[in-house]
Design a protein. Structure first.
Length: 527
């Protein structure tokens, strides 16, 4: 079975080895009966109902369609490279999350070393079931061997500052992620336009109680996500992207005029700013059980480099003092404090850095003074990676190609109205890209990964939402690309594009059921 793929089974990610002799087991009452730990069966039941409309019930082994065996020493029958990266829940010594599925007495047997591997196996089984939403449901009697995920941290960074996502919407995103074995939801909670985290004693930050989250709501979301093996990593972005906070509390800006009214910073020599930042970090560190919290650090345009470095070092210390591990965007490497156990998120792809002639053409007149600052910032970016490597930090791979989901599609939609929507949706400054082009990316495209000098944390897709309006806009940018990127984070193996597109297209009913009906009808996937 090694290396054998069946592309007509619409499984994403596609297991390393998969065989199907064509035998089927009819499910009684269209219910999948599973013998396994109660918490595991409960978690997969909730996900199967949300994503497929498939009922899952606990059963004794003799009556079950699927029997789950979890043994910590299990390692599977195929050899592969060990998973790379950091466990986002902090369990770096957790058992590997590969699995096997075999046919025993005309039922499926799942074997894994831990609950995560078993959950992934059952998710693959749920994907394989045919016809659960009416009529007869059948379970293909497949056999599969799956290696552990190539990267241990496989995430989605979602900007909920520019477009607020209600908690029900975030739960839907968590379910979508779990269905494709993604395990980190990184929430970008604050930015220049809005502050979405309620802070005690700071009511002016969040004047609309229906457009922000409090600590209890995020803790509930973290519990919901944990049942699906997804960690919540919250982010407060500073010292730049802070206009919303400074507008609410002007004293945070200090007495020194900013380089522009729209470019404010939290400076380390302003006591009010330092006190506020410490409050924010203190709150941030209590929002999720994950040991990781994200402190931003990107695009502090116009800030004195020395002040920026001092702020980064202070914020790093505050996080460490609270017993957490800091994550920041790649520019924070310039503070020379991120080392072992810390994470720097690499996001600037060389081909996406702005060019002088492009800025001269597109930069609004009121920001023309920033032209040289912007160019200098991006010219400095190539040094961030070797600096992070030299300091021993782990790298979270989010290069804007292929991971930025606000990049416009290069191919048309089968719906002309959607094709037209790309005039307003997505970042106009990025070159467009065909969905099939994204599928060619490999981690070793980054030199420091290829030569083995970099410590890898994992990878994250990123969705900035400044161009989105409603949930359909969000779905159009997320889908169908997110499942594709999820498969790319799990494995370096690639299907022929036609087979990958067919598997992805078969998941459209799942997205419809989740309420994500605005997905982009890519002609490359659905044409």
């Amino acid at each position: 079975m090694t290396g054998q793929h069946r592309h007509d089974l619409a499984m994403v990610p596609l297991p390393y080895a998969l065989s199907d002799a064509g035998h089927r087991r009819t499910l009684r009452g269209t219910t999948l009966r599973v013998a396994g730990p109660a918490d595991l069966v409960g978690a997969i039941a909730a996900l199967a109902d949300r994503c497929r409309g498939l009922a899952v019930a606990a059963a004794d082994p003799a009556a079950a369609d699927v029997v789950v065996d979890i043994h910590p020493q299990w390692r599977g029958g195929i050899d592969g490279d060990p998973a790379r990266g950091l466990d986002p829940g902090g369990a770096d010594d957790a058992p590997p999350d590969g699995f096997s599925i075999t046919v025993v007495d005309r039922r499926l047997r799942v074997r894994a070393a831990g609950s995560r591997g078993a959950f992934h196996a059952l998710t693959a089984v749920v994907q394989a079931v045919s016809g659960p939403m009416g009529g007869t449901a059948e379970l293909p009697l497949i056999e599969a061997e799956e290696l552990p995920g190539m990267l241990r941290w496989r995430g989605l960074s979602l900007d909920v500052a520019r477009r607020f996502c209600p908690l029900d919407e975030l739960r839907t995103i968590v379910d979508l992620m779990a269905y494709y074995r993604l395990n980190v939801l990184h929430l970008h909670l604050t930015d220049a336009v809005a502050w979405r985290l309620r802070m005690p004693g700071r009511p002016r930050l969040t004047p609309d109680p229906d457009a922000c989250y409090d600590a209890a709501q995020l803790a509930e979301l973290a519990r919901y996500a944990a049942l699906r093996h997804v960690a919540i990593v919250p982010e407060i972005d500073m010292p730049g992207h802070i206009l919303a906070a400074v507008t609410a509390y002007p004293e945070l800006g200090g007495d020194k005029p900013p380089p522009h009214p729209g470019l404010t910073h939290l400076r380390p020599d302003v006591p009010a700013a330092t006190a506020f930042a410490q409050e924010a970090v203190h709150l941030l560190c209590g929002l999720s059980p994950s040991p990781y919290v994200h402190i931003g650090g990107d695009e502090a345009f116009g800030m004195d480099p020395g002040e920026y470095a001092r702020f980064v070092r202070a914020a790093h210390e505050w996080v460490r003092t609270r017993g957490k591990r800091p994550v920041a965007w790649q520019e924070a490497s310039r503070g020379r404090v991120f080392g072992t156990g810390d994470v720097l998120q690499l996001w600037i792809s060389p081909q996406d850095a702005p060019r002088a002639e492009e800025l001269d053409r597109r930069l609004p007149a009121q920001y023309a003074f920033l032209r040289d600052t912007l160019l200098d910032t991006f010219r400095s970016a190539p040094q961030d990676l070797p600096r992070a490597v030299a300091d021993g930090a782990h790298l979270l791979l989010s290069p804007s190609f292929p991971f930025y989901l606000d990049r416009r599609y290069g191919e048309p939609s089968t719906d002309p109205a959607q094709t037209a929507s790309m005039e307003r949706l997505g970042h106009a400054g990025y070159p467009v890209a065909h969905t099939s082009d994204l599928y060619s990316w490999q981690p070793h495209d980054i030199t420091a990964v290829a030569d083995g000098t970099a410590r890898i944390a994992g990878a994250e897709a990123v969705l900035w939402t400044e161009t989105t309006g409603d949930a359909d806009d969000l779905a159009a940018l997320l889908l169908p690309r997110l499942p594709l990127l999820a498969e790319m984070m799990w494995s370096t193996r690639r299907s022929p594009w036609s087979a990958a597109a067919a598997r992805i297209a078969a998941h459209a009913p799942v997205w419809q059921r989740l309420g994500l009906s605005g997905y982009y009808r890519s002609a490359e996937v659905f044409g």
